[in-house]
Structure formats: structure tokens, C-alpha cells
Design a protein around this ligand. Structure first.
Ligand SMILES: Nc1ncnc2c1ncn2[C@@H]1O[C@H](COP(=O)(O)OP(=O)(O)OP(=O)(O)O)[C@@H](O)[C@H]1O
Ligand SMILES: [Mg+2]
Length: 311
């Protein structure tokens, strides 16, 4: 079983409008709403990859109930079990306004979580992680959750014998590195504080990945959007490039990448194969309009076009 953690769960709302003019009224052409947050996207992709997935996180208020109902199968996802810990605060909503080829996004910070609620989560997590082979820790956390959260969750996972993939930034990521996560996967902007600048080139991304390893990650992957990613593994370093550029919605490509990395870890694939498969799934996620979805047929088609080069 793969355990995915989404501490800042949301209802992702998507409005489509012909054009966006600040300060004016808009007629909304289409409305979409479904459970979201990075950990939810990861869980969706893993479920599509055929994995047995448990999604955990914090959920509160009517938005939390809507998330739970969505995940329980109102829109149907076989293979996914949600184990959400209740909180008194109201879970957040995000709003994406799609206008032409552009998307404008509004992300709420999320509800205030009390120390008691966080302790209840840690207790529940310790029980769930006992049955997990891999844990994926993704995204931001709501107010009230300490910066040491992912470090603590990584330590508990390791005690239980589970591997950890962390896709986060800032203090959440930096504190967790000391616990030696199996894979750290920030994107090129998210390594800016570590590197002193965003990673713009392959050399920058490699330097950032090496720094992540120096701080404790066993493998570090720095993703660079349409350029692909750099991976520094315990043996070798690789530059992975999509052979074919995919047009679409890049939001959630990193979540798909994290999910596919977890999938590869459970299958014991060697690094070149694992990285190739992961890049194909991430690229196929760009072609799908909604974050958390990907076209498996396209992923299979793209696999052979991915370039995996030792650096
Ligand atoms: N246009 C594209 N065509 C092909 N592959 C892509 C494209 N965009 C992204 N990818 C693949 O997806 C991976 C992850 O993308 P990216 O670096 O944008 O992640 P991210 O910023 O963490 O995204 P998010 O946090 O929204 O999920 C890239 O390393 C690359 O392999
Ligand atoms: Mg990301």
C-alpha cells in the first residue's frame, strides 16, 4: 500500500470564462469542483497506475465533508481509501479561472489546526504507516502545523520501514532532509532558497539536487517543467528530457511525477527505467485538463521518446 499525505486538502473549483477583465463582471461558461490538494492529485494518479492507495489528511467543515464525499466514490475511484482526520476549522477551497490558454489561480491558506488536532493526526498516521511500503508527503500545510511536520512524518515512516518521497519547499522540506527521505522532489523555483537562486539551467538543477543530497536526501530530483528533470541518485546522476513537448495544463505534472516515482519504488525498478516511466507519466499528465488525471495510453506512447542521459 502507498500512503499519500495531504494536510491542506481542498475543493478545487474551476471556472471557464471567455476572457478575464479585473474590476468587471463575468459570465461563467463552465463550473467544475472536485477534491484537490497536491496529495489528492498524487493519490488519483497512483490509483490510475493500479496501486492500492490510502490517502490521509485533515478535513473540516462543509468543504471537508464535500472532499470526503467526493473521495468516497460519488465520482468513483476504485483502489483509493480516504482516512481523513476531522478538524473543527473549515477546509479550504481553491479557485482556478481558465481564460483562453491562461489560468488565474487563487489559493486559500487553509484552516487553523490546533495542537490537539495535529496530535490526533500523528496518532492516526502512525497506525496507517505501519501498512505502507511508500509514503508520499506533498505540498503546503495549513496554519498551526509546525515546520517540522514532514521531518516528523518521515521519521515515523522510517521507524515503520516505509520509504518516503517528499515534494515540498522551504522549512518543511529543509527540516525533513535531515531525516534522510528516499526521494526529495522540489521544482526549479522551490530550490531557490537552498541554491540562492532559482535553478534555470541543467547545471543549476544538478547543483541544487547535489545540495539536497548533501543535506540528507538519498536521491534528489529537481524538476524543470517542460525541460524535464535532473536526478542525483546514490550511484549516478541523470538528466531526463521529454523527447516530445506536450501542450496542456502543467499544473499537477509534478504531482504525477511524485506518484510515478512512488510507483517505480514499489516495483523495484532500476533508476533509468524508473525515471523514464516517471517522465512519461508526468508528460501525459500535462495533456489531461485536470490535475490528478493522466492518459495512460499517451504515457505508454511517450515512454520511448524520453531521453535519460547520465551526467
Ligand atoms: N510540457 C511538458 N511536456 C512534457 N513533459 C513535461 C511538460 N511539463 C512538465 N513535464 C514533466 O513533468 C515534470 C514535472 O513538472 P514541473 O517541474 O512543472 O512540476 P511542478 O512545478 O512540481 O508541478 P506541480 O507542483 O504543479 O505539480 C517535469 O520534470 C517534466 O518531466
Ligand atoms: Mg510541484
Amino acid at each position: 500500500m502507498i500512503l499519500t499525505v495531504c494536510l491542506n486538502i481542498a475543493i478545487d473549483t474551476t471556472y471557464t470564462v471567455p476572457g478575464l477583465v479585473p474590476g468587471s463582471s463575468h459570465r461563467v461558461a463552465t463550473v467544475g469542483a472536485r477534491a484537490g490538494g497536491k496529495g489528492v492529485n498524487v493519490a488519483r494518479v497512483l490509483t490510475s497506475l493500479g496501486q492500492d492507495v490510502v490517502l490521509t489528511g485533515l478535513a473540516g467543515g462543509s468543504t471537508g465533508a464535500q472532499v470526503a464525499a467526493d473521495l468516497a466514490g460519488l465520482t468513483g475511484l476504485a483502489g483509493l481509501t480516504a482516512e481523513l482526520v476531522p478538524i473543527a476549522g473549515e477546509s479550504r477551497r481553491t479557485m482556478a479561472v481558465v481564460h483562453g490558454a491562461e489560468v488565474t489561480v487563487f489559493n486559500e491558506a487553509g484552516p487553523l489546526v490546533t495542537a490537539e488536532e495535529w496530535r490526533a493526526f500523528l496518532e492516526s498516521y502512525a497506525g496507517l504507516v505501519a501498512a505502507a511500503g511508500v509514503v508520499v508527503l506533498s505540498g503546503s500545510v495549513p496554519p498551526g502545523i509546525p515546520a517540522s511536520a514532514y521531518a516528523e512524518l518521515t521519521g515515523t515512516a522510517h521507524t515503520a520501514g516505509a520509504a518516503v518521497i517528499i515534494d515540498a519547499e522551504g522549512e518543511l522540506l529543509h527540516e525533513a532532509l535531515a531525516q534522510g527521505p528516499e526521494i526529495a522532489k522540489p521544482n526549479a523555483n522551490e530550490v531557490a532558497t537552498l541554491l540562492g537562486r532559482p535553478a534555470r539551467t541543467t547545471d543549476d538543477a544538478t547543483e541544487a539536487a547535489e545540495l539536497l543530497v548533501k543535506h540528507g536526501a538519498k536521491t534528489a530530483i529537481v524538476s524543470q517543467g517542460a525541460e524535464g528533470f535532473v536526478a542525483v541518485t546514490p550511484g549516478k546522476s541523470y538528466a531526463v528530457r521529454p523527447g516530445r513537448l506536450v501542450h496542456g495544463n502543467p499544473t499537477g505534472a509534478g504531482d504525477a511525477l511524485a506518484a510515478a516515482l512512488a510507483d517505480g519504488l514499489t516495483k523495484g525498478q532500476d533508476w533509468p527505467e524508473l525515471l523514464r516511466n516517471a517522465a512519461a507519466v508526468a508528460a501525459a499528465a500535462v495533456a489531461a485538463p485536470l490535475a490528478g488525471d493522466f492518459d495512460a495510453r499517451l504515457a505508454a506512447e511517450l515512454r520511448n521518446t524520453i531521453q535519460v542521459e547520465e551526467v
